[in-house]
Design a protein around this ligand. Structure first.
Ligand code: HEM
Length: 238
């Protein structure tokens, strides 16, 4: 499978099948989310719900398995050797662009999960229609700390399991601790955001727009990276 992903791609550029597949899926997901956004704007809750829930879940499953498969190699593999352009362009344009892209990917993944949870918490079915409840939706610190405690307990249990089967490593510890820190940051941000928009429906609309803008920018930065690596300045492929 890994070898197949490294074969020449299907768009006739210098990309591999893996990179072409990733770019095609990014285009497909962006189109799905934009259609889902328009459905929400037209007050069509059901199609919006299914497009967002299905699209976001498929996106998370595809990109995490794909990048884990490639051992998260974007900067490492395609960095210096993958980029065939001038050094100054690499340092001043390519690396900042890729770093910006990866930062947006992280925010986009967190927002996908957050928005789905928020969607379920704020929606109601009224006369067969799926709509947002116009009411205050506040989470208490007590609830947030309990949820965080449960997640931490699961992570600790998993790490102890890894120690038990002799597969524990410092790298894994760092990844799981970073995940816990990220969740703690998101929970703290949520406590601030719910003060700004106490109305759950309004919060879903405002953060939903923010998330959609992130996805559109993500597609642009991802496509720019693809164009630089595989069309304009191809280097070592793979
Ligand atoms: C990442 C996922 C999601 C994003 C980015 C998102 C984004 C949005 C946006 C931007 C709006 C407001 C549109 C506008 O008026 O401009 C909206 C409305 C809405 N969303 Fe979501 N949403 C997501 C997931 C969900 C989920 C999972 C549900 C249901 C469980 C849901 C239910 C709704 C409903 C019912 C509306 C109201 C439509 C209306 O105005 O009646 N959303 N969403």
């Amino acid at each position: 499978m890994l070898e197949w992903l490294k074969e020449p791609g299907f768009y006739g550029t210098h990309a591999t099948i893996g990179a072409d597949l990733s770019q095609s899926m990014a285009a497909l997901f962006t189109v799905l989310f934009v259609i889902g956004w328009f459905q929400a704007r037209r007050v069509r809750g059901h199609p919006h719900h299914w497009l967002m829930l299905g699209g976001m879940t498929a996106m998370i499953v595809f990109f995490t398995s794909y990048y884990l498969f490639r051992q998260l190699g974007v900067l490492a593999f395609e960095g210096k050797e993958g980029f065939g352009g001038p050094e100054a362009l690499y340092e001043n344009v390519f690396v900042p662009l890729l770093t910006f892209h990866i930062t947006l990917v992280t925010i986009g993944l967190v927002m996908a999960i957050y928005m789905i949870v928020l969607g379920f918490r704020v929606q109601v079915i009224q006369g067969g229609r799926r709509v947002l409840k116009e009411m205050a939706l506040r989470t208490t610190w007590r609830k947030v700390i309990t949820i965080f405690g449960v997640i931490t307990a699961i992570v600790v249990a998993y790490l102890l399991f890894l120690v038990g089967v002799d597969r524990f490593g410092v790298g894994k510890l760092v990844v799981w601790l970073s995940l816990l820190v990220l969740i703690a940051i998101v929970f703290s941000l949520e406590m601030v955001i719910q003060r700004i928009w106490p109305n759950g429906a309004r919060r879903h609309r405002m953060l939903g727009r923010f998330t959609m803008i992130i996805y559109c920018v993500l597609f642009v930065t991802g496509s720019a990276t693809y164009t630089m690596l595989y069309i304009l300045y191809p280097g070592k492929i793979g």
